[in-house]
Design a protein around this ligand. Structure first.
Ligand code: UDP
Length: 153
């Protein structure tokens, strides 16, 4: 059976506020296994590619500013129904609407700072993992544990 995995990213506001640890804990407590983790500041090109589907939205420029405003913590998490389970613990896009007990519901105040990203489908997860963890993107170094990652030797 194919390994089910998803791409999760603590956004710069989450990193600045010291929320990498609490967010990792939530994924571990849920039952996920951490497969890869990388802390780095991404450039505008990668941010624009990551959110390519939103290019026409009025908030796109601000979204790219936000995502490039400091280091992000990119992760691959493995587990059953990985995409759906991750979205469930992350909560709705707007922290105002995200329920208590979800990451965005507990830590966020406004849609312009919603702390964390999680892939919305298996296809998005594969695309985003390739974007952030392929060999070209691995400079500066990607830190891996748990073995092989898509795009790595
Ligand atoms: N976003 C925003 N304003 C909006 C909608 C979205 O700033 O009105 C940002 C927000 O950071 C969100 C990201 O764009 O997480 C991607 O939006 P999407 O609709 O894909 O939501 P997500 O999958 O992150 O819940």
């Amino acid at each position: 059976m194919q390994v089910e995995q998803t791409f999760v990213m603590v956004k710069p506001d989450g990193v600045r506020r010291g929320l990498i640890g609490p967010i990792i804990s939530r994924f571990e407590q849920k039952g996920f296994e951490l497969a890869a983790i990388s802390l780095r500041t991404i450039d505008r090109q990668l941010a624009e590619q990551h959110y390519g589907e939103l290019r026409e939205k009025p908030f796109f420029g601000e979204l790219v500013d936000y995502l490039t405003s400091g280091p992000v913590c990119a992760m691959i998490w493995r587990g059953r129904h990985a995409v759906e389970n991750a979205r469930a613990i992350i909560g709705r896009t707007n922290p105002v609407e995200a329920g208590p007990g979800t990451i965005r519901g507990d830590y966020g105040m406004d849609i312009s700072g919603n702390i964390v990203h999680g892939s919305d489908s298996d296809a998005s997860a594969a695309r985003e993992i390739a974007l952030f963890f392929n060999r070209e993107a691995a400079s500066p170094p990607v830190h891996l544990f748990g073995g092989t990652v898509v795009g790595q030797d």
